[in-house]
Design a protein around this ligand. Structure first.
Ligand code: F6R
Length: 234
C-alpha cells in the first residue's frame, strides 16, 4: 500500500484530486464512488475544477433499500448534491433502493460492475474497518448483496425520519470481492476515530473481522490519511 499522510481533510482532498486527475490523463473511464463525509473535500475540488466527466462512467458503492433517489437521505441524493448536479457523468450507476426483487437487483449490479471494470475506486472506512456496507464478518470475496443494517446505524439514522417505519433496515452494497476488482483503490481516512481501523487495515492480519484488511491482497492501493488517522501506525 502506498500511504500518503496529510495535515487534514482539505489537503487530503487536494491529494486525492491529483490522483483522480492523473487517472483521467491515463484515460480512466470508470470511477467507483463513495458517499459519507470523507470524500466531500475531493468532490469539492472536482466540482471546482475544469475536469469533464461527461464521457465517463461512475458506479457507487451502496444505497439504502427502500429510499427513492429524491429522498434527501438516499445516497443518490447525496451524489447529486455533492457531485453530479455540477459534474455529470455520461452514466452514473447506483443500486436501485426501490427495486422490487433484491436478487435481481444485486445480479444487475454485478453485471454493471463486470461490464464496466472500475479504473479508480474511492473508499472511506468505518470506525470498525467496514468498507461500503461490508461490516465485520462479511466474506472477503463477496459480490453485491443486500445487507441488514446494524442497530447502531438504524438508531443513528432515525433522527432524519419523521416515521420510525421509514428508517432503512437494509442496504445494497458492492461486496469486498467486487471492490477488489478495481484497478486502483484510493481509500481516505481523516480523524482520530479512524486510527484503530487504519492500523488494523494496514498492520493487522487479513481477516473478516476487519473488512478493509482485504485491501492488503490488492496490488494497487493508495491510502490518504491525516496525522490523526495515522497516529497509531508503527
Ligand atoms: C459510503 C460507504 C461507507 C463510508 C464509511 C465512512 O458510501 O460506503 O463505507 O465510506 O462509513 O463514512 P464517513 O466518510 O462518513 O466517515
Amino acid at each position: 500500500m502506498n500511504i500518503i499522510t496529510v495535515k487534514d481533510a482539505q489537503e487530503g482532498g487536494h491529494k486525492a484530486f491529483e490522483i483522480f486527475k492523473d487517472e483521467l490523463a491515463n484515460n480512466a473511464q470508470v470511477f467507483g464512488l463513495a458517499t459519507g463525509s470523507t470524500p466531500i473535500t475531493l468532490y469539492e475540488d472536482l466540482v471546482a475544477s475544469d475536469l469533464d466527466f461527461s464521457h465517463k462512467i461512475s458506479i457507487n458503492l451502496d444505497e439504502y433499500v427502500g429510499l427513492a433517489p429524491d429522498n434527501p437521505q438516499s445516497y443518490h441524493y447525496f451524489m447529486q448534491q455533492h457531485l453530479f448536479n455540477k459534474k455529470p457523468f455520461a452514466v452514473s450507476y447506483l443500486p436501485d433502493g426501490l427495486a422490487k426483487d433484491a436478487d435481481a437487483e444485486t445480479a444487475r449490479y454485478d453485471e454493471v460492475i463486470a461490464g464496466n471494470p472500475i479504473d479508480l475506486q474511492i473508499l472511506g472506512i468505518g470506525r470498525n474497518g467496514h468498507i461500503g456496507f461490508n461490516e465485520p464478518g462479511s466474506p472477503l470475496a463477496g459480490k453485491t448483496h443486500k445487507v441488514p443494517l446494524t442497530q447502531s446505524t438504524i438508531d443513528a439514522n432515525a433522527r432524519f425520519f419523521e416515521n420510525g417505519e421509514d428508517v432503512p433496515r437494509f442496504a445494497y452494497s458492492m461486496g469486498i470481492g467486487s471492490i477488489l476488482t478495481a484497478k486502483h483503490i484510493l481509500l481516505m481516512a481523516y480523524g482520530e476515530n479512524k486510527a484503530d481501523a487504519i492500523k488494523a487495515m494496514i498492520e493487522g492480519p487479513v481477516t473478516t473481522h476487519v473488512p478493509a484488511s482485504a485491501l492488503q491482497n490488492h496490488n494497487n492501493v493508495t491510502v490518504i490519511v491525516d496525522e490523526a488517522a495515522a497516529s497509531k501506525l508503527s
